[in-house]
Design a protein around this ligand. Structure first.
Ligand SMILES: C[S@@+](CC[C@H](N)C(=O)[O-])C[C@H]1O[C@@H](n2cnc3c(N)ncnc32)[C@H](O)[C@@H]1O
Length: 197
């Protein structure tokens, strides 16, 4: 099992150790409030974290990187799908998935709902995998991906019939601006749905 993990890890062991040290250094400095944190500090720290964590998550957790409380006798996989289908029911036609990870929920929700979904993520490595998985699922026509910060999405006001975020807005450098940006992206009266842990 550990052999399979080490084969699939992004980069060499020394590269991973270097990224991890840099992550620790920066997050410790952030914790001590050594200097004022900017949105780009947050983005870099988050990206360092996900550069290392993505392969571990995928290995141990699967393609959906979110929690999904289970009902009695429900399998882990079924609980993930139930949470994704529940969101799909609440959504409209052109939808944004903010902080889409490697696209596990996006693929499931697009397949289930037929909605076109734009996955937004600041992590290039995860987006590469998300594109691959959408193509493998033959859902590339329903999946689009944008490499940018979800605090500053390159889309006109009112672009989306719905927006959702699954355990991602907690990473936002500014918890007020993220909801302002979501409001801007939504058509008037449209719905935002989110899970957070
Ligand atoms: C816990 S993962 C959840 C991924 C996905 N929603 C899922 O449930 O599988 C958090 C995600 O938020 C993304 N993220 C964090 N900060 C971001 C930012 N400022 N802009 C865009 N994406 C961000 C990370 O790259 C990661 O993909």
């Amino acid at each position: 099992m550990s052999f399979r993990l080490s084969r699939s890890l992004k980069g060499s062991a020394s590269g991973i150790a270097r990224t991890f040290r840099e992550y620790e250094k920066r997050s410790r400095a952030a914790g001590r409030g050594k200097r004022e944190q900017t949105a780009s500090d947050y983005r870099e720290i988050t990206n360092l974290y996900y550069d290392v964590a993505t392969d571990f998550y995928e290995f141990g957790w699967g393609r959906s990187f979110h929690c999904a409380p289970r009902v009695p006798a429900e399998s882990f996989k079924a609980s993930l799908a139930r949470h994704e289908h529940y969101l799909a029911h609440k959504l409209g036609m052109v939808v944004a998935d903010l902080g889409c990870g490697i696209g596990g929920p996006l693929v499931e929700i697009a397949r289930f709902s037929g909605a076109k979904i734009v996955g937004v993520n600041s992590n290039a490595y995860q987006l590469e995998r998300a594109r691959k998985y959408a193509e493998e699922a033959e859902l590339a026509h329903l999946a689009e991906f944008m490499h940018c910060d979800f605090l500053d999405v390159d889309a006109p006001d009112g672009s989306f019939d719905a927006v959702y975020a699954i355990e991602a807005t907690c990473c936002a450098a500014d918890k007020i601006s993220i909801y302002g940006e979501i409001f801007r992206l939504l058509k008037p009266g449209a719905c935002f749905a989110a899970y957070e842990y």
